[in-house]
Design a protein around this ligand. Structure first.
Ligand SMILES: *Cc1c(COP(=O)(O)O)cnc(C)c1O
Length: 372
């Protein structure tokens, strides 16, 4: 069986280095808010090109805390509107509603699955305060145009970079486009910890300071509380492990791109719509880090079964759109045809830095054998 993602194998490559890092933390006697977190935050800020990186407990908290901080700083208030792509992972929407802000779901661009600048612009009202740009599947959203719109309408931009560590346009990386960005280091993400972990990047001094306090009980200074904060911190052990894996992120990204290019060149079945064109092998793929390789097909369940019969595990990202979830009954009446179609047709093929050329070939052949 070709697994969708073999995390054991992904991490086995760094076993010795990770064990050494873990031992260092165990023997230090210091497990929260110490040197390992400081070192990782500095390295990840440098990697993204931002002034600050603030470690938090997970990616959802990263998004929640940025919006919360903007409320504390008087830039947002309950009921303000946040524009977000309708086809995103539920966490993007949860961050909005957790802050009692109003999610305004817009249909994505049909080809990239990301925010469409045109549709985004037509969703702006006098209550719009934030654009939540999600870099879905590892592809940077059209940030040059989104930032231009944000500038024109004086809006804040929060990037959801949970799937896009290292993706860039004109050398500018995910996490360094918006006013702030949330990252996840959930084990299955491109930069994955061995547990929950996340971070926020920003270039804004005041925001960084507020975020530090909010994630630490609302405290700037021990036993003094400025805000009614939460406990959301990156711990020393995860930070030490992430510092090991960050060194290899670009090499892993390169392998993911090789797999994606092989898929794009090898799969030529008219029943399977590819996320990148065959010509992508020649053009610059900097903007996509292929967290997922998502194809579209009208007969998804048949394709999924066909691949399974060929020994290939696939996953659906995501089977139910946010506005059709029980949790968001109040959004159920929205008409979002493209979003619904995407959720009915997408299928994620295996992709990871540890996939072999033989495995890639098996997937390509099985896709080409699919008769519908
Ligand atoms: C994974 C993910 C999150 C949430 O991150 P967690 O660390 O799992 O809380 C948010 N947004 C997107 C797009 C994600 O893929």
């Amino acid at each position: 069986m070709i697994p969708f993602l073999d995390l054991k194998q992904v991490n086995a490559v760094y076993r010795e280095e990770m064990l050494a890092a873990a031992s260092r933390v165990i023997d230090s006697g210091w497990y929260i808010q110490g040197e390992e977190v400081k070192i990782f935050e500095k390295s990840f800020a440098d990697y993204c090109g931002t002034k600050y990186c603030i470690g938090v407990a997970n990616g959802l908290d990263a998004l929640i805390l940025v919006l919360r901080a903007w409320k504390e700083l008087g830039k947002l208030k309950e009921g303000d509107e946040v524009i977000v792509p309708a086809n995103t992972y539920i966490a993007s929407i949860l961050a909005i509603t957790e802050n009692r802000l109003k999610p305004v779901l817009v249909e994505p661009d049909e080809n990239s699955f990301n925010l469409c600048p045109k549709k985004l612009k037509s969703a702006i009202t006098s209550k719009t305060k934030v654009i939540l740009a999600v870099h879905l599947y590892g592809q940077l959203a059209n940030m040059p145009e989104i930032m231009a719109i944000a500038h024109e309408f004086d809006l804040l931009v929060l990037e959801d970079s949970a799937q896009a560590h290292g993706a860039k346009i004109s050398g500018q990386k995910a996490g360094n486009w918006g006013h702030a960005s949330g990252f996840s280091f959930y084990p299955g993400k491109n930069l994955g910890a061995l547990g929950d972990a996340g971070a926020i990047t920003t270039n804004d001094d005041e925001l960084a300071k507020t975020l530090r306090a909010l994630g630490n009980y609302g405290s700037h200074k021990k036993y003094e509380n400025l805000y009614q904060g939460v406990n959301s911190r990156l711990d020393e052990l995860q930070a030490a492990l992430l510092s090991v894996k960050l060194k290899y992120l670009d090499a892993e990204m390169q392998r993911r791109r090789e797999v994606a290019i092989a898929y794009a060149n090898g799969i030529h079945n008219p029943l399977i719509h590819l996320p990148i064109s065959k010509r992508s092998s020649l053009v610059n793929l900097d903007s996509h880090v292929f967290h997922l390789f998502v194809v579209r097909t009208k007969n998804r369940s048949v394709l999924q079964q066909h691949l399974l019969d060929s020994g290939i595990q696939t996953v659906i990202h995501y089977p139910i759109p946010p506005h059709k979830q029980q949790a968001y009954k109040d959004l159920a009446e929205l008409t979002l045809e493209l979003t619904v179609a995407i959720h009915n047709e997408v299928l994620s093929l295996p992709i990871s830095p540890v996939m072999s050329d033989d495995q890639v070939k098996i997937v390509i052949n099985a896709c080409n054998d699919f008769k519908g």
